[in-house]
Design a protein around this ligand. Structure first.
Ligand code: CO
Length: 475
């Protein structure tokens, strides 16, 4: 068993309002709640799920007030959860096999609601997100699931992003989805802050849709970055095994395409192709003199998807690299792409090696900025945290013996509101100690990246994905 295996172990315990023991000092100004999402049950009906992305969703909440931290966690009680617990079955997942009819249903009418990827605030509601069109509302106080969020529109899509982007200035949340069928299309849409409706912004038809996880947003443009990891959708309908992602193929000869849309007209203004790379996460994007600048975490190819199958993370077959595949799976590289709108070539520059789960300060989104934060993956025997100067590539890092850190989230000191102090604040990240098999919430100083404090959780928290800090959630 690999040392990090507690990260893939199911968690049974659910807590409600547990005050955590704090070491060090957590700033008194930090007020509100960090809500994180991720899989926490990896066995269903006595069988292990096949891919990390297929465990059952659990929400974790860390509420901060006056230097104290109160922790709650709860499985998201969805249809998928009830079916898993009561009937011992799991269907329509990212990579876990279902039968032919199940898969057909999953794409036309019955997608899973196991929303284990991210959380967001949308139209005044708190929602848990995954890559099917189902968004699960939850009560931010109790973490109870409250059924699906319905949109008042008839936009059709089968695969969606769990990385919606809110644009405060424009007063809308932007997202996209992929429609599979006889015609395959990407649809970009905006949800106005004041009503639950997806307003279509742009659509583009494609022969082979790509697996898209996140996108880039600037004040004037939406950029869909399309790696050559593509599917012939008819394969979803063929009999035989395999979940959603098993049908995708790496076709490097297609290159990676940047589809740039004008946000006001919906017009496609450029679509340059460059050398093939794969990615899950954009970091940030902004306008430049001749186009857009897109920062993202790039991989040479889509082997990372295979690296995260349970068989691979548990040290069995399937790992694409070596004997300790996770976290030393394929290495994510923080790269900057200059995407011209005049028909010129895309330029690529590498900024930092060994990064995932990137974030930036909320005020830095969609504009020129200085710092990215992320999980550092460049060493063996642990995952650290990194703060990277995206201009110079200089970094500050945090590492701990046998410690596996997750996504770091920057929370600004409210006194910096409206100033240019991009990094004045704290960075919050979950960290699993695989020796003690306990997790903690680490609080780092945004400027120096030195530890300010840690709050100890009395159990392990399985490796999760994404979260959000909600300053308004104070109870
Ligand atoms: Co993600």
């Amino acid at each position: 068993m690999p040392a990090y295996s507690p990260g893939f172990r199911s968690l049974d315990a659910e807590r409600d309002g547990l005050e955590l023991a704090v070491e060090g000092e957590i700033p008194a100004w930090l007020s509100g709640s960090l809500v994180r999402n991720g899989p926490a049950m990896f066995e269903v009906g006595g069988r292990r799920v096949e891919h990390w992305f297929d465990g059952l969703a659990m929400l974790h909440k860390f509420r901060f007030a006056d230097g104290d931290v109160v922790y709650s966690n709860r499985f998201l009680r969805t249809d998928a959860y009830r079916k898993a617990v009561e009937e011992g079955t799991l269907s329509n997942q990212f990579a876990t096999s279902g039968g032919y009819l199940e898969r057909l249903r999953s794409f036309v009418g019955k997608p899973t609601d196991n929303a284990n990827v991210n959380v967001a605030r949308l139209d005044g509601e708190y929602v848990a997100l995954t890559e099917t069109p189902r968004r699960v509302r939850f009560d931010p106080e109790t973490l109870s699931a409250r059924g699906d969020l319905a949109y008042e529109d008839d936009l059709a899509g089968h695969h969606v992003t769990a990385h919606l982007q809110h644009d405060r200035e424009a007063g809308e949340t932007v997202g996209y989805m992929t429609e599979f069928g006889r015609r395959n299309r990407y649809h970009v849409y905006g949800v106005p802050d004041d009503r639950p409706e997806r307003v279509p912004l742009a659509s583009v038809e494609v022969d082979r849709p790509a697996y898209l996880h996140s996108f880039a947003l600037t004040p004037r443009h939406v950029v869909l970055v399309e790696p050559p990891y593509v599917v012939n959708p008819l394969r979803f309908l063929l009999p035989g095994g395999g979940g959603f992602v098993d049908h995708f193929e790496w076709r490097p000869e297609r290159g990676t395409r940047f589809l740039v849309f004008d946000r006001s007209s919906g017009e496609r203004v450029a679509e340059p192709r460059t050398n093939p790379f794969f990615f899950f996460h954009t970091v940030n994007a902004f306008e430049s003199d001749d186009g857009v600048v897109v920062d993202l975490v790039a991989y040479d190819d889509a082997a990372i998807v295979d690296d995260l199958f349970m068989a691979a993370v548990e040290g069995g077959s399937g790992a694409s690299r070596d004997a300790e595949p996770f976290p030393n799976a394929a290495e994510g590289v923080l790269a900057r792409f200059r995407v011209p709108l005049d028909g010129g070539e895309v330029e690529r520059r590498t900024t930092y090696r060994g990064l995932e789960l990137p974030r930036v300060a909320p005020a830095a989104r969609t504009r020129p900025y200085r710092y990215a934060y992320g999980q550092a993956t460049g060493r063996r025997g642990g995952n650290g945290l990194a703060k990277v100067d995206v201009e110079t590539g200089e970094s500050r890092e945090w590492w701990g013996e046998a410690k596996y850190a997750g996504e770091p989230i920057f929370v600004p000191d409210p006194e910096t509101e409206g100033t240019s102090d991009e990094d004045r604040g704290v960075v919050l990240a979950p960290v699993l100690d695989v020796e003690t098999e306990r997790s903690m919430l680490l609080v780092l100083d945004g400027e120096t990246f030195a530890e300010r404090g840690r709050a100890h959780v009395p159990h392990h928290i399985p490796f999760g994905f994404h979260g959000e800090f909600f300053p308004e959630v104070t109870s």
